[in-house]
Design a protein around this ligand. Sequence first.
Ligand code: DAH
Length: 339
Amino acid sequence: MLEQIDSLRSLLDDEFRAVQSADDLEALRLRHLVKKGTLQGLVDQLRSVPKEDKPTVGKALNELRTWVENRFDQLESSFAHQQKVQRVDVTLPSRRPSSGSIHPITQTVNDIIGIFSSMGFEVAEGGEVEDDAHNFGLLNFPPDHPARDMQDTFFVEAADRGDILLRTHTSSVQVRVMQSTPPPIRCIMPGRVYRNEAVSARSLAEFHQVEGLYIDKHVTMADLKGTIMSFARRFYNESAEFRFRTSYFPFTEPSAEVDMTCFLCSGQGCRVCKHSGWLEICGCGMVHPSVLRACGIDPEVYSGFAFGFGVERVVMMRTGIDDIRLLYENDVRILEQFR
Ligand code: DAH
């Protein structure tokens, strides 16, 4: 019996050494360590061992069992990692990584840029902190113009000057482009602007504009109208009607505002269009000769037009969001609807 125990031990020793994988180990277990395996076979024979030999044989069997279990556990844990990998179900559909999306304001600005670039306009950008000259003075605002009032404009505290402010429109970029670039100029200026407004569902103290500037020889009001109309037909509803209405801006002469039939009531009159059937979409005009001159461009040689859109209103029209504040809260439940 002791010999049998010895020879099983050396057989198992050989087999343990030959184990290469979790599968090999499992095969070994099925041969030797289950109820009908070789080890239990020896244990069963213990019954027929003469009484006086039982303690010796029993001890030897116990030692064998402990040895086998230790070897087995060692190998098993070294294959545990391999087994885990094997348990991965490669047919499971993968989990989609969560991803962000472009904010509806940025999407709208990008769409506007896309249409104007296809017409040959370049994008120009400028700082959000400006001085009075670039935001007002060079644009022909008289010194006592109400827009300069503290109620409309956020002035910035600067140690040695009182003329620093958050730009109230992106027209300041028009000034910078005219000062730095000889005509022809064909640019659009998207950006964030600031006004000291009471916050409500319709207005915020910050919003976005896209302005445009076109300066060359012989540019006329017809070019302005043609450009705005071809943009508007592509960007807004094909079936909408547009109208040009005379208006006033200090930096353009003549000036106009463009209206579009209300998207909500198709011109019948409703709450959104204040019962007029029309919605204002942009301001525009021929750049005032004094503005050209102040920015170093000779108005005897060159003429040009400019226009400016408010972006948030367009976003609200396109998305149906009826409270402008929702566009600034970055609530994922709102944003994920506009992927
Ligand atoms: N700056 C104007 C505003 O903030 C919008 C505007 C009107 C811009 C006419 C222009 C323009 O360039 O020609 O309300």
